[in-house]
Ligand binder design. Sequence first.
Ligand SMILES: *Cc1c(COP(=O)(O)O)cnc(C)c1O
Length: 427
Amino acid sequence: MSDLTIFEELESSVRYYCRQTPNLFATAQGAKVWDADGNEFIDFLAGCGSLNLGHNHPAIKRALISYLEQDGIGNALDFHTRAKRDFMEAFRDVILRPRKLPYVLQFTGPTGTNCVEVALKLARKATGRRSIAAFTNAFHGMSMGAMAATGSSKARRRLPGSTDGVVRLPFDGYHGAGLAELNRFAEMVLDPSGGIEPIAAIIVETVQGEGGLNVASEAWLRRLRQIATDIGALLIVDDIQAGCGRTGDFFSFERAGIVPDIVCLSKSISGAGLPMALLLALPQFDVWCPGEHNGTFRGNNLAFVTAAAAIDLWRDGSLAADITANSAALKAWLADTARTFAELIERRRGLGMMVGLQFRNPAVAKNVADQARADRLLIETCGPYDEVIKIFPPLNIELDLLEEGLERLHRAIVSEHKKNAFASRAA
Ligand SMILES: *Cc1c(COP(=O)(O)O)cnc(C)c1O
């Protein structure tokens, strides 16, 4: 076994994933990851959605190696560079223009949470208002502003005042909530005695990733778009996890036919797990003065090179076809598994390739995840009680590898099922 003592000795108690899967990882290709002892894992975590195209995608890796060999510039602040120009042209031609989206691009600090901070700051500046409306079970990041918009109390244990400035609304389907709750909120905002401060922005994930794979309906999203306009607030779609192809289209909001005022992208935008974040804003809201939101690492040109290569994969429709095929396979497996193990599983959740199984008992979900990990599957749980097993493979995972990963998960569920059946017979 590999020596892991340095992590115990020197690393902060904040470390998390490595406690669930303590292996010493070394190499990775596509949806396979190897530890230093030669164990092969199937990756159903994909760097929490930062590796939608898998590890070391051949075309992306080649682009990066060739760039380094030519002594391409590494960090360039926000200077014009060839790598940045090539990315912007590809993003315009392949992503924005075919969808008739008129956004300007802002390269923020290279994390999702920084992109969300920028979105909130920009909305406050553009509207001259302070309050942000955010939803139950939302996750927007861990810096103070983004965390305030986050629903989960796990994110801010013992941090008093950490939701200041945020009005919380029920997400679509939250304890039965729907359009009526949105309408009531709008009425309260527009009523001079409604008691709600003017809203600068409404921030939403169209499919909540960390919050349990909750899918907002198209009608609900369209109503939300209308309400934001009616109350003079900016609609921010946080597409950091659900974007970059995860739900089928490049953007997760395309299915609803809406155009948000601001979109946050990060996680998989670089296509290689390199740090990068991108804010899209309608031009009328791009009200910054030069340098008003700075950041040293806004010019990670290595990420721009890999991001351009990743966008190239959207040109010919083959990636989109992979996503469609894998999504269909996942949907069939989830429906079948939820039916077979109905006494353990409440329902299947999610959309496209951000899907999962909601267990009736969080302890069972934890045992299933632990057993699957012992069977060399990288996987995590989500939801308010960690009761949802989250299935998040690379979008382009080979079908046989996807099936092998699902088989490992199936084995873990069967073993929990047997334990349960035994316990109820004994009782
Ligand atoms: C991961 C995530 C963030 C935060 O991104 P970081 O890079 O971890 O700061 C924000 N919003 C959503 C929806 C996310 O999934």
